[in-house]
Design a protein around this ligand. Structure first.
Ligand SMILES: O=C1O[C@H](COP(=O)(O)O)[C@@H](O)[C@H](O)[C@H]1O
Length: 246
């Protein structure tokens, strides 16, 4: 499903409302809400909105458990750390306790960090099917999502839930959830805004399948739903038929 908004503020408010609704339903159903965060720059305003006076009272934050879709292999205090961004915009303002946050541990070697995160996920879902309640994803202008970058081996991963790998395009190690675990999610929401993303959005949603070139095409939940939250500039290259079909 596509949801296209006139401007970023209305988009972010709609997505925040969607997260509130999803969290309440999950907490009502099974007592907790597993929320996978995206990184990069796009979600900063969303996290700030969720932690604002307007949204803070709408969710029982003590029942929310945070995971990450991917992490840059830098110390947790580094300016590029996805964990640091979430800590500053969400965890600290909302008084989230350390036990509610599962971070990809970049103090470890990259493979050990990925293996440790897989164990964390399996431990959280012990004796239950692995299924995150809500997975927030971004989209790079090269069509990557999480750290599933074009032409990388992780795109063909079938077994591991988490992988660590060197990404030549950005000259750094990354740790990422794999497509198989993302696709087990109950709700997957893409947050994409700005004209710089229009070409990638077009490739993902309208081009023929070419996973190596357009990795976000890997995201097709097995049983859950996927919702694209787009602004007008990000949706500018979509055909009227695709826009109308949403
Ligand atoms: O490197 C990353 O990029 C994508 C997109 O980020 P944005 O800055 O263009 O919003 C992001 O989804 C991912 O989590 C992040 O590590």
């Amino acid at each position: 499903m596509l949801r296209i908004f006139d401007n970023t503020d209305t988009l972010l408010a709609a997505l925040a409302d969607f997260i509130v609704d999803s969290a309440r339903k999950a907490i009502h159903k099974h007592g907790r809400f597993s929320f996978v965060l995206s990184g990069g720059s796009s979600p900063k305003k969303l996290y700030t909105l969720l932690a604002s006076d307007a949204y803070r009272p709408k969710i029982d934050w003590t029942k929310v458990f945070f995971f990450f879709g991917d992490e840059r292999y830098v110390p947790a205090t580094h300016a590029d750390s996805n964990y640091r961004m979430a800590q500053e915009t969400l965890f600290t303002p909302l008084n989230i306790t350390p036990g509610q946050v599962f971070r990809m541990n970049t103090d470890l070697a990259v493979d050990a960090a990925a293996e440790g995160y897989e164990q964390d996920i399996r431990g959280y879902f012990v004796e239950k099917p692995i299924c995150f309640d809500f997975i927030l994803l971004g989209l790079g202008d090269n069509s990557h999502t999480a750290s599933l970058f074009p032409h990388t081996s992780v795109l063909h991963e079938k077994d591991a839930l988490v992988k660590g790998l060197y990404i030549d395009e950005v000259k750094m190690n990354r740790i990422t959830l794999t497509a198989p675990v993302i696709n087990r999610g109950a709700i997957i929401a893409f947050l994409v805004y700005g004209a710089g993303k229009a070409e990638a959005v077009h490739h993902i949603l309208e081009d023929g399948q070419n996973i190596d070139e357009y990795p976000a095409q890997l995201i097709h939940p097995e049983q859950g739903e996927v919702v694209w939250f787009l602004d007008e500039p990000a949706s500018a290259n979509l055909s009227a038929a695709v826009k109308k079909g949403n």
